[in-house]
Design a protein around this ligand. Structure first.
Ligand SMILES: [Zn+2]
Length: 316
């Protein structure tokens, strides 16, 4: 698939001035309130080609967002990949060596393997470990409705509902190819009070993704009650329709070098009949496992070991 299917309506902000930060970790800044409260982290550019998160975090910096309790950390995860963004090849800046968001388990982070993303993940790890609550801002390949990926734990679902946007909350376990930052450490531990959310704000280059990223960020900070109400009042957010929950039951992981979909799926299609052919992976037929199966984020990167699509059903 060419990169130019969607028009590029966004411009990447200049984030060079945030490189030094104040934490000793490049592109990580922590504002301390001096009062007790949670440590909240808002992170952008886990994937370097996803511009809306950088725009939202830049907005918080430029508008002087400061915590009234606890601490607020603002970060740009894969800043090196983001810096390579090229309007002619906009997808090429997703990462440098490998997907930053498939490295987040102790065995990988403590292991011997090396890559640009692993070095950055190891560098960022102490900041992620300090956070009690994380919002990780992303965007998608296709222009479908925004999705809040809340993982499988009730605590994250509860937080997603307190945030109140976007409309669709997806409960999912992630990818066979590796663990996401939002599932790391306490975030993925049901016994820990920590919680993380990953929001997919829309298509990578669409103007609306910037609005969704900012609205979700402001609502996230409001839900955690760490910003001055006057700041929030200056930047009101439309809550929109009541939220719906989709529970992912399986991820289709590509097993061969010959995967193709049966149709041009974009995401959030509801396939009425169990057994409908979705695609072909070498000799294996991929069929819907039940009636009213919802397709989540069908991928254009149809590579062996990667997730082709996630399958779920409406559960709330
Ligand atoms: Zn992403």
């Amino acid at each position: 698939m060419p990169d130019d299917t969607y028009a590029i309506e966004l411009a990447p902000p200049d984030i060079a001035s945030y490189r030094d930060g104040n934490t000793g970790i490049p592109y990580v800044t922590t504002f301390e309130s001096g009062r007790p409260g949670p440590h909240v982290m808002v992170n952008a550019v886990t994937h370097g080609n996803e511009l809306c998160g950088a725009i939202a975090v830049d907005f918080l910096f430029r508008n002087g967002a400061r915590p009234t309790r606890g601490a607020l950390t603002l970060s740009f995860a894969n800043a090196a990949a983001f810096a390579s963004f090229d309007r002619e090849r906009p997808n090429a800046s997703r990462f440098i060596d490998e997907d930053f968001n498939r490295l987040w388990d102790n065995a990988t982070l403590d292991g011997p393997r090396d890559s640009a993303e692993l070095r950055r993940a190891r560098e960022l790890r102490p900041a992620v470990e300090r956070a009690d609550f994380l919002l990780d801002l992303h965007s998608m390949q296709h222009a479908t409705a925004p999705l809040m990926l809340a993982g499988l734990l009730d605590k994250s679902l509860d937080l997603a509902k307190r945030v109140g946007v976007p409309e669709y909350i997806v409960r999912d376990a992630g990818h066979a190819a590796g663990r996401r930052m939002r599932d790391y450490g306490g975030f993925g531990d049901p016994a820990s009070p920590k919680a993380a959310l990953l929001v997919e704000c829309g298509q990578h280059w669409e103007k609306r993704s910037e609005e969704v990223a900012l609205a979700t960020t402001l609502r996230f900070l409001a839900a955690l009650d760490i910003l001055d109400p006057a700041f929030l009042a200056r930047h009101p957010v439309d809550i929109g329709p009541p939220q719906r929950v989709i529970t992912v039951t399986e991820a289709v992981t590509i097993a061969t070098d010959d995967f193709h979909f049966a149709a041009d799926y974009r995401g959030l299609e509801v396939i009425p009949k169990k057994g409908t052919l979705l695609g072909q992976d070498g000799g294996r037929e991929i069929r819907t496992p039940y009636d009213d199966c919802v397709l989540i984020m069908p991928s254009r990167r149809l590579k062996r070991g990667q997730t082709a699509v996630r399958l779920g059903r409406f559960t709330g």
